[in-house]
Design a protein around this ligand. Structure first.
Ligand SMILES: *Cc1c(COP(=O)(O)O)cnc(C)c1O
Length: 347
């Protein structure tokens, strides 16, 4: 481990991890070819692996989670069509409205319940009648995990039933789906069976430097290949990156349980600090959302930075801080983070 990763505790996100020695070896050893011609065997192996994992026919390796969701939207919907998502979901809030900007696809938003699910009757009331006043409702997008919470499976399935019975397709933004799978003691195939298409990030908790995989029916993936090229995402000898994804699926899935345990420990110990409150019911996987009820003498992020702890900018409402555990965060870091918060509160 480099000095930097020993001394700095970065809990902004699980995207900050660096590829391990084993992962770098897998990159060096990867067999590659020009994937735009369909010639890269390592990309093909990754796509087959993730399609199997999700129980779908086919898959496509893409550059990022944002690109994966955008390609999904472009492949499910055309100009003038509409999708239904959740207010505050990644697709709705953090992707620059790409579906509308680049695809002419308009959003409709349902406010999610605290558990991250969209109520079936709320979904139904957003589905448009066949009328020339209205855009055409084509797709329901859900997200799991949502803010680190595992969304209740029965509610996801009930929402998907409403969508399907009205002729809409269903897409899961499963950037951190494997965290949900590990937490639920379930498998990805059963947790995604209700959806037509699924996007999985390799560069979050799974620890790859780059990449997401979009899975779905063969005809859908054919359109997705065209749309990937349209958005400039056709990659050539991408096997060096796909090798990281394969390595991550072999080595970094089971260990997500460690990240979840570290988040629980952070939650317990930080809850005991006066002036900090955490709703422990929200801590399912690798995220802890805490509220600071006090004003320290210096800004929290400056105080923590002096101690080598990197925090994300306060998120959402004032005083709310998101901590994310990951494979470069270990049990020793917990003391440092707790001490950092406790000394900030004391002032
Ligand atoms: C991170 C994330 C994305 C986007 O992934 P990038 O690789 O950062 O573009 C999409 N959806 C969710 C839920 C995410 O957490």
């Amino acid at each position: 481990m480099s000095d930097q990763s020993n001394s700095i505790v970065d809990i902004r996100s699980d995207t900050v991890t660096r590829p391990s020695a084993g992962m770098r070896k897998a990159m060096a050893d990867a067999e590659v070819g020009d994937d735009v011609y369909g010639d890269d065997p390592t990309v093909a192996a990754l796509e087959e692996r993730v399609a199997d994992l999700m129980g779908k026919d086919a898959a496509l390796f893409v550059a990022s989670g944002t690109q994966s969701n955008l390609i999904a939207l472009l492949s499910h919907c055309g100009r003038g069509d509409e999708y239904i998502g959740g207010a505050g979901y990644h697709i709705s809030n953090y992707e620059q409205g790409g579906a509308a900007v680049l695809g002419g696809i308009s959003p409709r938003h349902v406010t999610p319940s605290v558990d991250g699910s969209l109520a079936p009757d709320a979904i139904e009331s957003e589905i448009q009648a066949d009328d020339p006043h209205f855009a055409v409702s084509k797709l329901l997008c859900v997200e799991n995990t949502f803010h680190g919470r595992v969304v209740p499976q029965a509610k996801l399935e009930a929402g998907a039933d409403v969508a399907h019975s009205n002729g809409l397709a269903v897409h899961i933004d499963g950037a951190r789906l494997m965290n949900a799978v590990m937490k639920s003691d379930s498998d990805a195939k059963s947790m995604t069976a209700f959806a037509d298409t699924v996007s999985l990030c390799l560069s979050k908790g799974l620890g790859a430097p780059v990449g997401s995989v979009l899975t779905g029916p063969k005809e859908f993936i054919k359109r997705a290949i065209r749309n990937r090229k349209l958005v400039g995402g056709g990659m050539r000898q991408a096997g060096v990156l796909a090798a990281c994804g394969l390595y991550a699926l072999d080595n970094n899935v089971e260990r997500l349980a460690d990240d979840h345990e570290h988040a629980q420990l952070l939650c317990q110990r930080l809850s005991a600090v006066d002036g900090i409150s955490i709703d422990a019911n929200n801590v399912h996987t690798n995220m802890v959302w805490l509220n600071t009820e006090v004003e320290g003498k210096v800004p929290l992020s400056d105080h923590m930075a002096e101690r080598g702890i990197v925090l994300s900018n306060p998120y959402g409402p004032k005083g709310v801080v998101r901590l994310v555990t990951h494979l470069d965060f270990n049990a020793h870091h917990i003391d440092r983070v707790v001490d950092g918060f406790a000394s900030w509160v004391k002032g």
